[in-house]
Design a protein around this ligand. Sequence first.
Ligand code: FE2
Ligand code: FE2
Length: 140
Amino acid sequence: MLATTTPAAPAADFPASNVPLLGYAVMDRDHVDSVALLQAACDAPDGQLQAPFAAFAKHLREHFARENALMTQHGFFALHCHKDEHARVLKMVATMEAELEEGDEARARLYVAEHFPDWFHTHLATMDRVTADFLAQAEG
Ligand SMILES: [Fe+2]
Ligand SMILES: [Fe+2]
Protein backbone atom coordinates (compact mmCIF):
# COMPACT_ATOMS: atom_id res chain seq x y z
CA MET A 1 0.00 0.00 0.00
CA LEU A 2 1.41 3.40 -0.92
CA ALA A 3 0.91 6.65 0.91
CA THR A 4 -0.47 9.07 -1.64
CA THR A 5 -1.85 12.02 0.27
CA THR A 6 -0.05 12.35 3.58
CA PRO A 7 3.66 11.91 4.03
CA ALA A 8 4.58 9.28 6.59
CA ALA A 9 6.87 10.20 9.46
CA PRO A 10 8.49 7.00 10.67
CA ALA A 11 10.43 8.80 13.37
CA ALA A 12 7.23 9.78 15.09
CA ASP A 13 4.77 7.13 13.93
CA PHE A 14 6.71 3.90 13.88
CA PRO A 15 9.65 4.01 16.29
CA ALA A 16 11.48 0.77 16.99
CA SER A 17 10.15 0.87 20.55
CA ASN A 18 6.59 0.84 19.19
CA VAL A 19 6.75 -2.09 16.77
CA PRO A 20 3.74 -4.37 17.29
CA LEU A 21 5.00 -7.55 18.93
CA LEU A 22 3.69 -10.82 17.49
CA GLY A 23 4.79 -13.10 20.31
CA TYR A 24 7.38 -15.04 18.35
CA ALA A 25 10.83 -13.94 19.50
CA VAL A 26 12.87 -14.38 16.31
CA MET A 27 10.37 -12.39 14.30
CA ASP A 28 9.86 -9.71 16.94
CA ARG A 29 13.60 -9.14 17.16
CA ASP A 30 13.90 -8.84 13.39
CA HIS A 31 11.04 -6.37 13.24
CA VAL A 32 12.49 -4.12 15.90
CA ASP A 33 15.89 -4.25 14.18
CA SER A 34 14.34 -3.53 10.76
CA VAL A 35 12.66 -0.41 12.07
CA ALA A 36 15.83 0.79 13.80
CA LEU A 37 17.76 0.40 10.53
CA LEU A 38 14.92 2.05 8.63
CA GLN A 39 15.13 4.98 11.01
CA ALA A 40 18.87 5.30 10.48
CA ALA A 41 18.25 5.43 6.72
CA CYS A 42 15.53 8.06 7.16
CA ASP A 43 17.92 10.16 9.24
CA ALA A 44 20.73 10.08 6.64
CA PRO A 45 21.63 13.54 5.37
CA ASP A 46 21.24 14.32 1.66
CA GLY A 47 23.81 12.46 -0.40
CA GLN A 48 24.58 9.97 2.37
CA LEU A 49 21.77 7.45 2.07
CA GLN A 50 23.67 4.63 0.35
CA ALA A 51 25.43 3.12 3.39
CA PRO A 52 22.44 3.12 5.78
CA PHE A 53 20.16 1.88 3.00
CA ALA A 54 22.61 -0.97 2.33
CA ALA A 55 22.57 -1.92 6.02
CA PHE A 56 18.76 -1.81 6.05
CA ALA A 57 18.60 -3.93 2.86
CA LYS A 58 21.12 -6.48 4.15
CA HIS A 59 19.16 -6.99 7.33
CA LEU A 60 15.89 -7.20 5.39
CA ARG A 61 17.30 -10.04 3.27
CA GLU A 62 18.39 -11.86 6.44
CA HIS A 63 15.08 -11.20 8.21
CA PHE A 64 13.04 -12.51 5.27
CA ALA A 65 15.35 -15.53 4.88
CA ARG A 66 14.82 -16.42 8.56
CA GLU A 67 11.05 -16.21 8.16
CA ASN A 68 11.14 -18.22 4.93
CA ALA A 69 13.22 -20.93 6.61
CA LEU A 70 10.88 -21.13 9.62
CA MET A 71 7.82 -21.34 7.37
CA THR A 72 9.45 -24.07 5.30
CA GLN A 73 10.61 -25.99 8.36
CA HIS A 74 7.12 -26.01 9.91
CA GLY A 75 5.10 -26.44 6.73
CA PHE A 76 3.26 -23.11 6.93
CA PHE A 77 0.10 -23.35 4.80
CA ALA A 78 0.61 -19.95 3.09
CA LEU A 79 4.36 -20.37 2.59
CA HIS A 80 4.43 -19.50 -1.10
CA CYS A 81 2.24 -16.43 -0.76
CA HIS A 82 4.39 -15.05 2.07
CA LYS A 83 7.68 -15.95 0.37
CA ASP A 84 6.56 -14.32 -2.89
CA GLU A 85 5.74 -11.12 -1.04
CA HIS A 86 9.21 -11.08 0.51
CA ALA A 87 10.77 -11.68 -2.90
CA ARG A 88 8.75 -8.85 -4.46
CA VAL A 89 9.94 -6.39 -1.81
CA LEU A 90 13.58 -7.51 -2.03
CA LYS A 91 13.49 -7.04 -5.80
CA MET A 92 12.37 -3.42 -5.38
CA VAL A 93 14.99 -2.85 -2.69
CA ALA A 94 17.71 -4.23 -4.99
CA THR A 95 16.60 -1.82 -7.72
CA MET A 96 16.96 1.07 -5.31
CA GLU A 97 20.38 -0.13 -4.19
CA ALA A 98 21.44 -0.02 -7.85
CA GLU A 99 20.07 3.51 -8.18
CA LEU A 100 21.99 4.57 -5.09
CA GLU A 101 25.17 3.17 -6.64
CA GLU A 102 24.54 5.62 -9.49
CA GLY A 103 24.12 8.46 -7.01
CA ASP A 104 20.34 8.67 -7.40
CA GLU A 105 18.70 8.54 -4.00
CA ALA A 106 15.28 10.03 -4.79
CA ARG A 107 13.29 6.79 -4.94
CA ALA A 108 15.11 5.12 -2.03
CA ARG A 109 14.49 8.17 0.14
CA LEU A 110 10.78 8.12 -0.65
CA TYR A 111 10.72 4.38 -0.01
CA VAL A 112 12.21 4.53 3.49
CA ALA A 113 10.19 7.59 4.47
CA GLU A 114 6.80 6.53 3.12
CA HIS A 115 6.34 3.31 1.21
CA PHE A 116 8.21 0.82 3.39
CA PRO A 117 6.62 1.97 6.68
CA ASP A 118 3.15 1.62 5.12
CA TRP A 119 3.95 -1.78 3.66
CA PHE A 120 5.63 -3.03 6.83
CA HIS A 121 2.74 -2.01 9.05
CA THR A 122 0.32 -3.96 6.84
CA HIS A 123 2.68 -6.94 6.46
CA LEU A 124 3.09 -7.29 10.23
CA ALA A 125 -0.66 -7.06 10.77
CA THR A 126 -1.44 -9.72 8.16
CA MET A 127 1.10 -12.23 6.82
CA ASP A 128 3.56 -11.97 9.71
CA ARG A 129 0.81 -12.08 12.32
CA VAL A 130 -0.66 -15.27 10.85
CA THR A 131 2.81 -16.77 10.45
CA ALA A 132 3.83 -15.99 14.05
CA ASP A 133 0.64 -17.52 15.40
CA PHE A 134 1.17 -20.62 13.28
CA LEU A 135 4.81 -21.02 14.33
CA ALA A 136 4.00 -20.55 18.01
CA GLN A 137 1.35 -23.24 17.77
CA ALA A 138 3.54 -25.57 15.72
CA GLU A 139 6.30 -25.35 18.32
CA GLY A 140 3.97 -25.33 21.33
FE1 FE2 B 1 8.77 -10.14 9.28
FE1 FE2 C 1 7.15 -11.53 6.45
